[in-house]
Design a protein around this ligand. Structure first.
Ligand code: B1M
Length: 212
């Protein structure tokens, strides 16, 4: 079995120790971080999602897989640094209220940081009021929201409405994403940008700020 396949299986099993050592082996062997991420880690979480949906896996096992993925992400993070130390802009990011999923949000934050953005991560379960308060305080170029549950997506609309009420919607670019989020939903709630994955989030961020 290839190392990446074994890594994929270790993450699905929630075997943190094996997943971490296989990631370290892959990094040491010169495997590209993108390949480790896409084939080893993200593909494993997709499988975990399928197993959860079909009743083969439950929340505690999902949590162990998530922990394994987070630990492995720490090892590949350095490979995503672009090496340009001048900040491309300030980003305030968080997962919306009622939603505790943070792996995708962390990945977006990691890629953006690697691409030169300065990140303030508000964590998970962030209310519209907190997003707006932080936007007023930090004055970011981009306010980035993640949602993984269809039931928490309305928190994105609420945040945009709260930005409008506070009179600062025009001062910050709002970017949204997460598995159930679509480009249509983004335009419906008047978000400025939508990205389907972390790589595109960097591209979209640069696009809305006019950075090449
Ligand atoms: Co839950 N969960 N979960 N979960 N979980 C999903 C999302 C689900 C699809 C599983 C399923 O049923 N197949 C389902 C949601 C159904 C829906 O509403 N559509 C679900 C459910 C139902 C739940 C609970 C309600 C389960 C329960 O308790 N009965 C519960 C809710 C808790 C809560 O949030 N209030 C719950 C809990 C959990 C855990 C805590 C156990 C754990 C999260 C741990 C953590 O994040 N620290 C967990 C996990 C791990 C998952 C799955 C298996 C994996 C999510 C993940 O990390 N994917 C997930 C199934 C799945 O997605 N296949 C599932 C990997 C990650 C890299 O991808 O997050 O999609 P993703 O991020 C991508 C893109 O979406 C995008 O870029 C990322 C990288 O390319 N992206 C952005 C994300 N944010 C972005 C922001 C951007 C741009 C792009 O701009 C700002």
């Amino acid at each position: 079995m290839s190392d990446i396949k074994a890594l994929n299986e270790a993450v699905i099993k929630g075997d943190i120790q094996t997943a971490v050592s296989l990631t370290q082996n892959a990094v040491d062997a010169g495997k590209k971080a993108q390949e480790i991420l896409d084939q080893g880690l993200i593909a494993a979480m997709d499988k975990v999602g399928e197993k959860f949906a079909s009743g083969e896996m439950f929340v505690p096992q999902m949590l162990r897989s998530a922990k394994a993925m987070q630990e492995c992400m720490k090892l590949i993070k350095p490979q995503f640094q672009e090496g340009d130390l001048t900040s491309k802009g300030k980003v305030v990011i968080g997962t919306v209220k009622g939603d505790l999923h943070d792996i995708g949000k962390n990945l977006v934050a990691m890629m953006m940081e690697g691409a030169g953005f300065t990140i303030t991560d508000l964590g998970v379960d962030v209310s519209a009021d907190t997003f707006v308060q932080k936007a007023q305080e930090i004055e970011p170029d981009i306010l980035a929201m993640s949602a993984l549950l269809s039931t928490t997506m309305p928190g994105m609309r609420e945040t945009i409405e709260t930005l409008q009420k506070a009179g600062i919607k025009d001062k910050v670019m709002v970017m949204i994403g997460g598995a159930p989020v679509t480009a249509n939903f983004a335009s419906e709630i008047k978000a400025d940008a939508y990205a389907p994955d972390a790589g595109s989030a960097v591209i979209e961020a640069k696009k809305v700020l006019g950075i090449t």
